[in-house]
Design a protein around this ligand. Structure first.
Ligand SMILES: Nc1nc2c(ncn2[C@@H]2O[C@H](COP(=O)(O)OP(=O)(O)O)[C@@H](O)[C@H]2O)c(=O)[nH]1
Ligand SMILES: [Mg+2]
Length: 409
């Protein structure tokens, strides 16, 4: 433990905290300023704004986590890593879905405690990604990440996928399963369809291999004497069918209201069996990406260095503490670098998007010009044809009149 370091670490991080505050305050302003966008020439500008907003928010989230790690004196990072590396039984699952579908309630059912704020609670809904952990009776550790309404944004499907990157920061060890939460109490919407598409766009097609569908509202079905199969038989639009097909029908029904302990255990058991299936089908490899890998590497380095220092002989306690402080500061620097890398990556994405949008806009403009020119040309041709026709009619008339005069004569 490097508990005694906490105070000195904190005092060394005043400027970092100011940075965090800056992001926190400006995030609030940015959020308030965001408006709903429409298509047309303002689309590219609007999307760029949205992406800038994401860059900002992801940075804020990373800073928030760094701040958390700092205030925890660093021990948290190491423990997390040791736990993850020593136990193959760790499962990290992420709940995604439209606000109100029951993500937080499902998270609480999995954890068997009220860890996440659900809508009915007076303290409101989930506003940012949050991770909670539970240890099952058999020793399996389950990390549950709850997310805010990633399906609620109306600024384009790509954007929704981008929001999800935030929670990846919480899942250093990779994501074992993405739990897509729907509710039998609300109709499957176009937005939900778009959100799944964006999930795939952002994470790549392989994300389907990690998806498990959860339907909440099992109590409602039970009240109507219906099973999930009955429900899907009458209420399964084509896009939902496709989603179920994509995730090989890994679907489970949850009743988050039940007080029946047997039912509570059984539904979580069913879900975790599906998660196990996902893990097995993916050869035990959780979903990961480049910056997740970087975070993991940093945590591993920190652990090794700390172990080295702890095994040093002939140093005073004070000297060991000093060395540990140095190591921790270098880890902080690394976290900052990763934050910068993420910012850069997202900025590059923004630029790529900007370029793509500009190209699309130029192509659209060109197509419009060609269509306009074609229209003008065809108008001109029609006019010429009409004139020729009229001329021909006049000439025919003239000839007819002449021939009539000839007949009379
Ligand atoms: N009847 C019933 N209500 C549920 C169920 N799951 C969630 N809810 C309710 O749905 C509302 C939204 O739940 P919440 O977990 O906040 O949704 P989130 O926005 O997706 O996190 C709350 O009022 C929950 O009590 C369920 O299985 N049955
Ligand atoms: Mg919630």
């Amino acid at each position: 433990m490097i508990g005694p370091l906490t105070n000195s670490s904190l005092s060394g991080c005043v400027s970092f905290r100011e940075l965090l505050l800056h992001y926190q305050v400006s995030s609030l302003f940015k959020y308030k300023k965001r408006s709903r966008f429409v298509s047309g020439s303002r689309l590219s500008q609007a999307l760029l704004k949205v992406y800038a907003d994401i860059v900002h928010r992801v940075t804020y989230l990373l800073l928030l986590q760094i701040n958390y790690l700092i205030t925890m004196g660093g021990s948290m990072i190491d423990d997390d890593w040791e736990l993850a590396s020593s136990s193959s039984e760790v499962r990290t699952v992420v709940l995604v879905g439209r606000t109100g579908n029951g993500k937080s309630a499902t998270g609480n059912s999995i954890l068997r405690r009220k860890a996440f704020k659900s809508k009915t609670s007076s303290s409101g809904v989930t506003s940012t990604c949050e991770m909670q952990r539970t240890v099952l009776k058999d020793g399996q550790v389950v990390n549950v990440i709850d997310t805010p309404g990633l399906f609620d944004f109306s600024a384009g499907s790509d954007f929704i996928g981008k929001e999800i990157v935030k929670c990846m920061d919480l899942a250093k060890d990779g994501i074992h399963a993405v739990l897509v939460v729907f509710s039998v109490r609300t109709r499957f919407s176009k937005e939900e369809e778009a959100a799944i598409q964006s999930l795939q766009t952002f994470f790549g097609e392989k994300i389907s291999d990690y998806m498990v569908v959860i339907f909440t509202g099992g109590d409602d079905l039970e009240d109507n004497d219906e099973t999930l199969q009955d429900y899907l038989g009458r209420e399964c639009p084509e896009p939902l069918k496709e989603i179920l097909h994509l995730c090989k029908n890994r679907v489970v029904l949850f009743d988050n209201k039940t007080k029946d302990e047997k039912k509570q255990v059984e539904q979580v058991h069913q879900l975790l069996s599906l998660v196990d299936m996902v893990v097995a089908e993916n050869g035990g490899q959780p979903y990961s990406d480049e910056f997740l890998a970087e975070l993991k590497q940093g945590a591993m380095k920190l652990r090794n260095k700390r172990e080295e220092v702890e095994s040093l002989k002939g140093y005073t306690k004070q000297e060991i503490l000093g060395l540990k402080e140095q190591i921790y500061r270098s880890y902080e620097d690394q976290l900052r670098r990763i934050t910068e890398m993420v910012e850069l990556k997202l900025r590059e994405t923004t630029q790529r998007l900007e370029k793509k949008l500009a190209e699309e806009q130029a192509a659209r403009l060109k197509a419009e010009q060609i269509a306009q020119a074609a229209q003008l040309k065809s108008n001109d041709e029609i006019r010429q044809l009409r004139e020729s026709l009229e001329r021909a009619q006049r000439e025919t008339e003239e000839l007819r009149r002449k021939s009539e005069r000839c007949t009379i004569l």
